[in-house]
Design a binder for this molecule. Structure first.
Ligand SMILES: Cc1cc2nc3c(=O)[nH]c(=O)nc-3n(C[C@H](O)[C@H](O)[C@H](O)COP(=O)(O)OP(=O)(O)OC[C@H]3O[C@@H](n4cnc5c(N)ncnc54)[C@H](O)[C@@H]3O)c2cc1C
Length: 497
């Protein structure tokens, strides 16, 4: 092997130059560093990205290329099944080593394992790192050395374990030319068609977000300055910017969870009054690690109920009701506001994700996989671990889930978390004229008030798709039917709500 062989960095969901262990290792090798990305919709088991995530990916790759160019390298894009594409790149460049950061889905692990074996057989070093989590799935275990299935003890163990400090960005990369034969195979970013053209449904997404590492850094800095104080209380208020909105940046690795972790710890060290808010925020980052651990240990999580008795759940297939939910036309203002926020911006507030998700699964008795698939397609932060875990949590079928009988009343939830109705006014403007006392239940408003607000129920805004009380009873009956099939399952007392 020639001594001036380059080393390769394969970027995958780690679109940053700061705290990127694979990139840092390549830079430290002293060799020329060639960086690439493979858009892979062809490998077996790899789930194609949804529309909103594809849109994000475009901007994310563009920003990564700019950052690498500033350091003296660049990002070359390829398309196809990763194993064969990467093997061709290694052979074509004559690289002596390849570095990447690890992924935790079964299909991705299988690709990486195959590649490592094949490259090792040819004497090429393939080295992987943790660039995606604070702690990897096998690092947080109970006293018996087994992974936790429940979050509370997991969190205790995670807080007790130091988080590695983030790495600085390399100051310079010795770039180099790619062989012409490989450049002929490379694709230009627009050729991946990640952004919509006709119709251009991304107008609202473009208004709401800036993609890429510099934007992620700015958002984190702003959150530390303006959002961390009061986070524990404000995080449940959907009309406030009370959360960090870092989720798509974390999803695409434009900021690392270790950078976030240490930045938050630092802020709390400088200002001890932030301690409780920082602890709450870090516990959310730990949730993300926990869901990745669960996906790693239970790879079927996005496809099958974790609790097998839910395989027999009598879900109802009602396409019209599903469509009404997707479009934000259920007649329940808090659900509709959330679904419209999602459609317009590619993001929905966590509290409202829980309310809208519960409504789909329990009020409409739709299979949680319908909701998971819609979120996968429409969220800019769509993430295999967080999304699947959260939907199974709502359905009651996942590990450490909410019990099925906990059925949110969408009116009570709306009144509790959006008492002034500001969130509804922002996303369901046809109800804007209603006062707080009725904005979450327009069907109870006196006719004169509705008239004055310009609302004709059933015309300008829908009547509730299903009434809450009977829908709740129907959901509990469906759950009881599972119990009859499986007498082992415990049904909680009917007085719970
Ligand atoms: C039905 C449903 C589907 C969801 N799908 C996704 C998804 O596809 N991708 C995704 O990133 N999150 C998902 N979540 C979790 C959560 O809603 C989002 O992470 C959060 O709203 C992102 O906003 P933020 O960055 O402002 O959060 P913050 O409150 O600022 O939290 C900081 C970070 O912690 C992590 N986090 C926060 N809450 C959770 C949680 N409950 N579970 C796991 N990690 C969490 C996220 O990475 C988030 O960016 C889902 C939740 C529900 C109820």
């Amino acid at each position: 092997m020639s001594t001036d062989s380059p080393v390769l960095v394969w970027f995958r969901d780690d679109h940053r130059v700061g705290d990127n262990p694979a990139l840092s290792a390549a830079a430290a090798s002293g060799s020329r560093v060639l960086c690439f990305y493979v858009f892979d919709e062809a490998s077996e088991g790899v789930r194609p990205l949804g529309g909103a995530a594809r849109w994000w990916l475009h901007g994310s790759l563009e920003a990564l290329n700019e950052a690498l160019q500033r350091l003296g390298s660049s990002l070359v894009l390829f398309r196809g099944p990763a194993t064969s594409v990467v093997e061709r790149i290694v052979a074509g460049t004559g690289a002596s080593a390849i570095y990447w950061n690890r992924r935790y889905g079964a299909a991705e692990i299988a690709i990486d394992r195959t590649l490592k074996q094949r490259l090792a057989a040819r004497g090429i070093k393939a080295q992987s790192f943790n660039g995606r989590l604070v702690h990897e799935p096998w690092e947080i275990v109970n006293r018996a050395g087994k992974p936790f299935q429940v979050f509370t003890p997991y969190l205790r163990a995670a807080f007790a374990r130091p988080a590695a400090p983030p790495l600085p960005s390399p100051e310079r990369l010795a770039g180099g030319a790619w062989p012409a034969s490989l450049l002929a195979e490379a694709v230009a970013l627009p050729d991946l068609s990640l952004e919509p053209a006709f119709p251009d449904w991304a107008v609202g997404l473009r208004k709401a977000w800036r993609r890429g590492e510099p934007a992620a850094r700015e958002r984190l800095a702003r959150f530390l300055d303006e959002g961390l104080k009061g986070y524990a209380e404000r995080r449940d208020r959907p009309h406030l910017e009370g959360t960090s909105r870092l989720s798509p940046h974390l999803r695409f690795g434009e900021v690392s969870p270790r950078q976030v972790w240490h930045a938050v710890l630092g802020a709390a060290a400088r200002d001890p009054s932030l301690e409780q808010d920082a602890k709450k925020y870090l516990s959310e980052i730990a949730w993300r690690d926990f869901t990745h651990q669960l996906l790693h240990d239970h790879p079927h999580l996005p496809e099958r109920p974790h609790s097998s008795r839910f395989e027999a759940f009598p879900w109802i297939e009602d396409r019209q009701a599903l469509r009404a939910w997707q479009k934000g036309l259920t007649g329940y203002p808090i659900v509709d506001a959330g679904m419209r926020q999602l459609w317009q911006t590619g993001w929905m507030h966590n509290r409202v994700r829980m309310i809208a998700g519960s409504f789909l699964v329990k009020h409409l008795l739709a299979d949680w996989r319908r909701g998971e698939a819609w979120f996968w397609d429409t969220l800019v932060d769509a993430d295999a671990a967080n999304n699947a875990f959260s939907w199974q949590w709502i359905a009651g079928s996942g590990p450490d889930s909410a019990p099925f009988h906990r059925i949110f009343n969408p009116v009570v939830q709306g009144e509790k978390f959006d008492p002034g109705g500001d969130y509804i006014r922002a996303y369901v403007p046809e109800l804007a004229g209603l006062p707080p006392a009725f904005i979450h239940k327009p069907w109870e408003a006196p006719p004169a008030m509705l008239r004055q607000a310009g609302i004709r129920l059933g015309e300008t805004y829908p009547e509730p798709l299903v009434p809450h009380g009977p829908a709740r009873e129907r959901a509990l009956d469906a759950f009881r039917s599972l119990r009859r099939l499986d007498p082992e399952s415990r049904m909680p007392s009917a007085s719970l709500s």
